[in-house]
Design a protein around this ligand. Structure first.
Ligand SMILES: *Cc1c(COP(=O)(O)O)cnc(C)c1O
Length: 413
């Protein structure tokens, strides 16, 4: 199958563009200090020029093919599907776990890295939580010969030593964010501060579809390659579109990247799966769309988890990549229009799904992706899955990074 990775492949590409203030419906925008505004506007116009440039699209497509391994495979998991206990159900996994560095994060890192280079920047700064985005960015900087500084919360560095080592092996400088809770939020603040101080030479490579405009749209476009490929692959295999498309939601980038080419197909149900942690009722979760309310965080207006005083809540998920109190504005907008439905899977359900997929198919999913797999099990258990359904599920990453957590939680060690 030949798949062109040009940026304009989505059948409804022109739909879902933010307005001139960077808003999707009432969500998004740019809630940033004056010092940042000029940099965001420069980025926005550079991106518009790059999108219209065939040389840029061609270079990106070539690197996606040769360095990331795109198109990633889509294949059926019949033994797993049999476990659902619903006759005639076909499940396809879109294998972002097979992308270089083990998840979808490299799609965005490569796209923005190339954009930064086109803008004449020589240096990248980025935040990272558990380290997966930092590793993808460090990888791209090595490929594109750019200097790389990654900010990581000091506590996260202690917890994720192996990713710190990976980033340093890739030639990145890893700097500890020592303030506050010493976690992702502080790493974002440090990255922004660095960017503002060195904006002439430096691009801030943000990791998901949240943050101020134009990031939600840029990251979405670079991740839409997932859905464009998967849509063509399902059509080639089945001669029709899937009935249900599932993806996990942290900030929302693998979800919107998978969903976007299906938004204009009303017969396709789109379901985003958040982290319910210990359960929504426990308060220890990260389900911003399912249980949060709109507010302003990280430069954007969107659903988030906050207390009555507007303080950002402390979140919990067994999956580090879902453990974020906010979500991208486009996902909030598509919640309000009703086009995307959101569900939440608990830690326990994700761990059950991890084992079910491993035992039946020999695939160790990332704990994040296991939330989407878990919700599919749950739909079958509840009788919400019709016979003969075709299901497409984005397997956003591989589980090697989660072995320690899985071993502790499942007593495998
Ligand atoms: C980071 C990560 C996620 C969550 O990020 P999104 O922006 O919501 O896609 C999901 N899966 C994996 C494997 C990740 O590394």
């Amino acid at each position: 199958m030949v798949i062109d990775h040009g940026l304009d492949q989505s059948p409804d590409y022109q739909e879902g563009l933010p307005d001139e203030r960077g808003r999707f419906g009432r969500f998004g925008g740019r809630y940033v200090p004056e010092g940042l505004m000029a940099a965001l506007i420069e980025l926005d116009s550079a991106y518009e020029q790059a999108r219209a440039d065939e040389v840029f699209a061609g270079e990106l497509a070539e690197l996606m093919r040769t360095r990331i391994g795109r198109p990633t495979l889509l294949h059926q998991v019949p033994r797993f599907a049999a476990q659902l206990g619903v006759p005639g159900v076909t499940v396809y996994l879109k294998h972002e776990d097979a992308a270089h560095t083990g998840s979808h994060k490299i799609n965005n890192a490569l796209g923005q890295g190339l954009l930064a280079k086109r803008m004449g920047k020589r240096r990248i700064v980025a935040e990272t939580g558990a380290g997966q985005h930092g590793v993808a960015v460090a990888t791209v900087c090595a490929m594109l010969e750019m200097a790389c500084t990654i900010y990581m919360g000091a506590d996260d560095m202690d917890r994720q030593r192996h990713n710190v080592v990976r980033m340093r092996l890739l030639g990145a400088e890893v700097r500890a964010a020592e303030m506050g809770n010493r976690r992702l939020k502080e790493a974002i603040s440090e990255s922004v501060r660095d960017w503002v101080a060195h904006v002439d030479s430096t691009h801030y490579l943000f990791g998901t579809v949240a943050g101020p405009a134009p990031y939600p749209r840029i990251v979405r476009d670079f991740q839409t390659v997932i859905g464009v490929e998967a849509r063509a692959q399902v059509l080639a295999a089945e001669g029709r579109l899937p009935d249900i498309v599932l993806a996990c939601v942290g900030g929302g980038s693998n979800a919107i990247g998978t969903f976007h080419p299906f938004v204009a197909d009303p017969q396709v149900r789109l379901i985003g799966v958040e982290a319910a942690g210990h359960g929504i009722g426990s308060g220890a979760h990260a389900a911003s769309l399912s249980a949060g309310s709109p507010g302003e965080m990280d430069g954007s207006f969107s659903y988030l988890l906050q207390d009555e005083d507007g303080q950002i809540a402390v979140t919990h998920s067994v999956a580090a990549g879902l453990d974020y109190p906010g979500v991208g504005p486009e996902l909030s907008h598509l919640k309000e229009t009703g086009r995307i439905r959101y569900a939440a899977a608990t830690d326990a359900l994700a761990l059950r799904a991890l084992q079910t997929l491993g035992h039946s198919e020999g695939i160790i999913a990332a704990l994040e992706s296991a939330h989407a797999v878990g919700h599919l099990l749950d739909m079958a258990d509840r009788g919400e899955l019709a016979e003969d359904s075709i299901v497409l599920l984005c397997l956003s990453g591989r589980g090697d990074k989660d072995l320690e957590v899985a071993s502790q939680r499942l007593g495998l060690g």
